[in-house]
Design a protein around this ligand. Sequence first.
Ligand SMILES: [Zn+2]
Length: 420
Amino acid sequence: MRYRRTILLAFFFVASAEVIGQQEPVPKDKVDFAARAREIHKTAILFDGHNDLPWQLREHGQFGLDKIDLSKEQTLPYQTDIPRMKQGGLNAQFWSVYIPGRHPNPLRTVLEQIDLVNRMTEAHPNDLEQAFTAVDVRRIAKSGKCAGMLGVEGGVAIENDLAMLRIFHKLGVRYMTLTHNQTLDWADAATDTHKHGGLTKFGERVVREMNRLGILVDISHVSAETMSDVLDISQAPVIASHSSAYALCPHPRNVNDDILRRVRTNGGVIMINFFSSFVVPGAAAKITAKTKEIAETVKDKAEAEKQLNAWIAENPDLYGTVNTVVDHIEHVIRVAGIDHVGIGSDFDGITRWPKGLDSVADFPKVTEELLRRGHSEEAVRKILGENALRVVERSEAVAKRLQAETKLDFDLPVAPKHED
Ligand SMILES: [Zn+2]
């Protein structure tokens, strides 16, 4: 009896030691990744590279902001409002101040969009605040508000005048997408005729003046040749505020592997766009083909659009998912490195978002999937915002150095002729 008890006790101790010694990690299917994601978002800075709410508001007759209350949850088409920003942990945002590539008054329009963002910010002083520096972003995000920085989308806004860049900087503009969908007098766009083979001489001066001021050069929307020219001359890191990986989805709006490798050397960051056409290979081409096919038989524009939308709704393969987006993030990590990838959702500027990523409330789902795939908390924080912040900090330092070197040596545009 006593002998058996000893054996049993010995067995018990060995078994306990086994349990304590093993320290087996919790099996993957038992980890609550959603809870871990929520925990990270409590202290992480999520700095999204591109949100088109200002243009969405304008397009839907809300330029005056008097008929919309962004402190209340909105319905579609809006993907952004304060309650959902809080839910999604969105505490730093580059607000896109966009102007269409062919517009009779680009400068005036961009100034109106800046005014709209300012009015939006001032209407919600407890939730939104404008940031001018990386230090501002950290302070504002820590206070529980969302830090807003301005990003001009479309270099058409400067009307070929470098003085406008200087004024934009004073207003708080911290990046400019060199082109939108249309080629300009000085830079080729990705989705238009390539007239210049990249940047013209004036285009190069634009990049240099942006470096000197501390406005990030945004290579989203430009052709691969323009990206390459920018990387040849930019002294500051560049960003793609809302572009995905060309190798996974060969759309001209995406960034190819050669450029990704050069962005690594340059120190920049590629912020992944959620738009299904940019993350699902072939989706954009299929829609273009179907649009043409319908147009051949249906002449009424509204009816053609109705038929196209019905067809799109029946084809779930035209939509990305959280997984597709994370695939693009991982591709950039593989080619350029963990320090060179970020998030550039393009919410309120996209028509087909990935299933499950319906609004700014859903960012933590991306975090959850990154954790599920084994990325460390440190890596996740870099992707969410630390990489973007590093680039803003570096751009500020480069500007400081260049201004010290070239005091008052402004790069002036060709003075317009005085006619009277
Ligand atoms: Zn865009």
